[in-house]
Design a protein around this ligand. Structure first.
Ligand SMILES: C[S@@+](CC[C@H](N)C(=O)[O-])C[C@H]1O[C@@H](n2cnc3c(N)ncnc32)[C@H](O)[C@@H]1O
Length: 285
């Protein structure tokens, strides 16, 4: 590769992404550029005639190539800002989605009313829910436990909890098994965004999503396996008056409402996400 100026590299990368029909070509290019050269878009004007370091330029075009092959931008740059928190992400962990905001914001309202709340985040992934809850509630008497089964995802959870200096207990455990370790009637709030995609739909997901771990997506034959275990085994762990808040997938509201009612939960209420999709369901024990 010949010596290249920052300005030329920036334009070339943008053109490649656009030509390959990457919808977010503009912002992806800005992110990749900043990641490789440490130069923000608004500072480019000051350096565009300067020659870029060869190795960084090589890295930049490699990342552009990976992006056009469908690798999510979040994995390429290695972190993602979720609700004001920079979280480390990469292969092996689900990228936190804006869809999850509604689950968190409604949980904050309910948990803020509880004295010394004991909170569990089941299927914690990068720790997005537990970490943002802790920041927004900001109660030193709150105890949050985050449970994650995948070893890869767990390493991101531990890292992010440390990075944000959170006092969150992290457990590398399987929620289908570890419920026995906790006493009945001992938890104030169980929050969960579990895997909820039907087995047969996992293969037909968008190209970018296929880079994410199947263990984070596959909710079994009908997508409801994790809700079953939560309702059958974890609701017992809630104190009377404690609440359950879960994220759900497209078209799952009817089945979830039925399951909640059968389980004897009360004050069942659902919320839509920013795109108008039924996304979070809450109920009280
Ligand atoms: C949909 S992702 C949600 C991650 C995170 N809560 C978020 O909102 O970004 C589901 C997570 O559940 C984890 N998981 C899958 N099976 C599990 C199990 N049996 N026990 C605990 N965690 C599990 C996956 O590894 C993944 O991190």
């Amino acid at each position: 590769m010949k010596e290249k100026k920052f300005g030329d590299i920036y334009i070339k990368g943008k053109e490649i992404l656009k030509k390959q029909k990457i919808q977010s070509y503009e912002s992806d290019n800005i992110n990749i550029f900043q990641n490789c050269f440490g130069i923000k878009r608004h500072d480019l004007v000051f350096v565009r005639e300067k020659i870029a370091p060869f190795e960084s330029a090589q890295k930049y075009f490699e990342m552009i190539k990976k992006r056009i092959n469908g690798e999510p931008i979040q994995y390429l740059i290695g972190n993602w800002n979720f609700m004001g928190h920079d979280l480390k992400v990469g292969e092996g962990v689900l990228i936190p989605r804006d869809d999850t905001e509604v689950l968190i914001l409604e949980s904050v309202k309910l948990i803020s009313k509880i004295n010394k709340p004991i909170v569990f985040d089941l299927c914690s992934g990068s720790g997005a829910i537990a970490i943002v809850l802790d920041s927004l509630i900001n109660n030193p008497d709150m105890k949050i436990t985050a449970i994650e089964y995948s070893k890869e995802a767990y390493s991101y959870l531990e890292y992010n909890v440390k990075k944000h200096k959170k006092n969150i207990q992290c457990l590398n455990m399987n929620i289908f098994e570890c419920h026995n370790l906790f006493a009945d009637n001992s938890i104030d709030a169980i929050i969960s965004n579990p895997p909820y995609i039907c087995e047969e739909d996992v293969n037909s997901l968008q190209r970018e999503v296929k880079f994410e771990p199947e263990i984070a997506l596959n909710g079994g034959k009908d997508g409801l396996d994790f809700y079953r275990i939560i309702l059958n085994k974890w609701v017992k762990k809630l104190k009377k008056g404690g609440f359950l808040g879960i994220e759900i997938g497209w078209g799952q509201l009817g089945s979830i409402l039925d399951m909640f009612k059968i389980c004897g939960l009360r004050d069942i209420i659902s919320f839509k996400d920013i795109n108008g999709v039924d996304r979070a369901v809450f109920a009280v024990k």
